[in-house]
Ligand binder design. Structure first.
Ligand code: ZN
Length: 207
């Protein structure tokens, strides 16, 4: 019994350290040499697609946060620049991209902020969605990793995101609404191995 109690206390302490300290990424594994090598290549990144078996498995993986130390590194800066260069490249021309789509099982997304002047692409490491409104919106989605398919998906109208600011390493929360909130929900799903086709209410070739 004492044993079980001790285990329960240790477990409670572990849960507290994950959720209670507010320092996102503190439990994250460090970037591996393979990850650093993938990030360190030049040019745009290869976008993984579901029609390749190995890619498909990676696209279904759960992702880890980044350590604060890795977010402060040159490697993360290079990753940010390369992810944005990839999603904005005429060959892709997307509105968002997530870590697994460029081969990394890491919680990072680049999102086009339709709700900000100049619609800039911004990078959000260690992103988690903390709140999803009951009020929903339904609209067509596509995905760089699922060529030639589109379909309608029901998403929350308003969300609250939590992420780590890569400059200050502070935890930041932001309320996002409308189409930009749809992009965040689509990209955050990728980090849990979920694809929009899992949620689609109808599909069609290249609608
Ligand atoms: Zn996608």
């Amino acid at each position: 019994m004492e044993h079980i109690l001790k285990a329960a206390i240790i477990l409670a302490a572990a849960v507290f350290s994950v959720t209670g300290c507010g320092n996102a990424g503190s439990m994250a594994p460090k970037l591996s040499p393979a990850e650093k090598s993938l990030i360190g290549r030049t040019g745009i990144m290869r976008v993984l697609t579901v029609d390749n078996r190995e890619d498909s498995l990676l696209l279904r993986s759960e992702c880890s946060d980044f350590r604060a130390r890795d977010l402060k590194s040159k490697t993360f800066k290079v990753l940010s620049e390369r992810m944005i260069a990839t999603v904005t490249d005429p060959s892709q021309d997307g509105v968002g991209i997530a870590g697994p789509q460029v081969g990394l099982k890491r919680r990072v997304v680049a999102v086009m902020r339709y709700d900000k002047p100049g619609t800039p692409f911004e990078i959000y490491p260690n992103i988690h969605i903390e709140y999803l409104s009951d009020e929903t919106q339904c609209g067509p989605e596509g995905c760089l990793s699922i060529p030639d398919i589109s379909g309608n998906v029901v998403r929350s109208q308003k969300i609250i995101i939590r992420y780590t600011d890569p400059e200050t390493i502070e935890t930041v929360r932001d309320t996002v609404e409308g189409y930009t909130a749809v992009i965040f929900q689509h990209e955050a799903d990728h980090l849990d191995g979920i694809l929009f086709t899992d949620k689609v209410v109808n599909t069609g070739p290249g609608q």
